[in-house]
Design a protein around this ligand. Structure first.
Ligand SMILES: [Zn+2]
Length: 483
């Protein structure tokens, strides 16, 4: 995950950060649906360990090596070479990935794509309690960089296809797996975007499953909700700039670049984009209204029914996580101006970072800023952005949601499935924009600290990992058998 959006809010799920970053939630009771014995578990553990211990940071690691290792395991499990494509983009020998194809029996049924990134955020040995590139199992947790983000899901997807192959499973739909590099940034290339641009046919699918959501535990280890990501906001920055002939500061003039810019910033600060409702945040509001109850619960139900309910919006938008899930937001993030302490400023600018609601064009947001600022001397320009976006959020159809709800109820009876709109970003956006609607679903339960991904001592509950593996295995099978 590139950026995090807290899916749930409320007192039970406060962010907790400590210097040592130990798990903050207790572990829940085991799922009643877990198999009593599982002869394939040691092989999964070995695969997970191998993937985690292959350094895939942008600085010194290699995603290509990780992809080759996973391809070798799949080949050993019976995948022919013709179904395994290790792709190495020209000029970026370490940014490679793997696409595996598991053919279905019905040529008319569209494929299901499983997407996971194998690159990880940098991790310095001296900062960590344990070696970040050695998988350590301790006190019910796996610790390592990538133990969760995103090598847990990458390992589960790879293992799932290996188990299918070894069982001789004949799915109706073709199942595809894409392990890619560059999701975390810092590297030269984003593998998911590269596939969309260069190997679109190879990854073509009716829809894709990806990271971006999971199960949420409260501090007592109770499973609060199982979240499903259905859409991501687009990040786009704009620069507001004012220029002025300047002069000597001993002789102030009424027109001043800094003051003019400050007025523009103040207008942006006061402007609130209107509430927008799509499948994801509507289902979130409806689902959470029942869980939260009270004033907030009532307001959630009211806003889902009527996006123009300003009283409900006002109450809910006091919560920053909800505020951002309901609309486009723009906020000042960087500021500079002036060239000497004794001179009137000749130039002043501010960077405004917007998180744009799915389906809204960047240009529409730029035009709104220009309208709100209403000052032709404030030049508004758009910073070039490498990431896709602007695609409408993928729809929450019964074909997609039905299997998730069914398998989730088998695994964790009574735990509500709650769709979310991701305010952060994953590779799902590249695929969705490329015509493959992508959903975040993992079945991996963590506390409010989200396993401290990107941070120190990243961890994943052992039981949570195995349950996520069981969940995704069953889920992929249901999708693969769909007509
Ligand atoms: Zn991440």
């Amino acid at each position: 995950m590139k950026t995090l959006a807290r899916a749930l809010s409320g007192a039970a799920l406060l962010f907790a950060t400590t210097a040592v970053a130990q798990p903050t939630a207790n572990q829940p009771p085991p799922s009643p649906a877990m198999p009593k014995s599982d002869s394939m578990l040691p092989a999964f553990k070995a695969l997970y360990k191998e993937l985690v211990e292959t350094n895939t940071t942008a600085s010194v690691g290699s995603c290509t090596l990780a992809a080759q290792k996973m391809a070798a395991r799949m080949k050993a499990a019976g995948f022919p070479d013709s179904d395994l494509t290790v792709f190495i983009p020209q000029e970026y020998p370490k940014s490679g990935g793997l696409v595996a194809v598991y053919p279905g029996t019905d040529p008319k049924a569209k494929a299901v794509l499983l997407l996971a990134h194998v690159d990880v955020v940098e991790a310095k040995r001296e900062d960590w309690t344990r070696d970040p590139f050695t998988l350590v199992e301790e006190g019910g947790y796996f610790y390592a960089r990538g133990a969760f983000d995103d090598k847990a899901q990458a390992s589960i997807f790879t293992d799932t296809l290996i188990r299918f192959k070894q069982a001789g499973y004949k799915p109706r739909r073709t199942i595809k797996l894409a392990l890619t590099c560059g999701e975390e940034g810092g590297g030269p290339l984003n593998g998911a975007s590269w596939l969309v641009k260069n190997k679109r046919e190879l990854i073509d699918a009716a829809f894709a499953l990806n990271e971006g959501a999971g199960g949420q535990l409260d501090d007592h280890g109770k499973r609060v909700a199982h979240t499903i990501e259905a859409g991501e906001k687009t990040s786009q920055s704009f620069v507001l700039e004012v220029t002025n002939p300047g002069g000597h500061s001993s002789r102030p003039l009424p027109d001043n670049a800094i003051y003019r810019l400050a007025d523009a910033i103040e207008k942006v600060r006061r402007y609130e984009f209107p509430v927008m409702i799509n499948d994801a945040n509507k289902a979130y509001l409806v689902g959470m209204s029942k869980i939260e109850g009270g004033e907030r619960g009532k307001a959630m139900a009211a806003l889902a029914a009527n996006p123009k309910d300003t009283a409900a919006d006002k109450l809910l938008s006091q919560d920053p996580s909800l505020h951002t899930m309901l609309r486009t937001t723009c906020v000042a993030t960087m500021l500079s101006g002036g060239h000497a302490q004794n001179a009137l400023p000749q130039r002043a600018n501010v960077t405004i970072n917007c998180r744009i609601f799915p389906g809204v064009a960047r240009e529409a947001v730029r035009d709104k800023l220009i309208e709100v600022i209403a000052d032709p001397q404030v030049k508004v320009s758009q910073i070039a952005s490498g990431r896709e976006g602007e695609a409408p959020a993928p729809p929450l159809t019964p074909n997609v949601m039905g299997p998730i709800e069914k398998v989730s109820a088998e695994m964790w009876p009574g735990v509500p499935v709650i769709p979310i709109l991701q305010a952060g970003a994953t590779d799902g956006k590249a695929l969705t924009a490329g015509g493959i609607p992508t959903y975040g679903v993992s079945g991996l339960f963590t506390g409010a600290d989200l396993g401290n991904i990107h941070g120190l001592n990243e961890h994943m509950g052992v039981q949570a990992l195995y349950e996520g593996r069981e969940f995704l295995y069953r889920l992929v099978k249901v999708y693969a058998d769909q007509p």
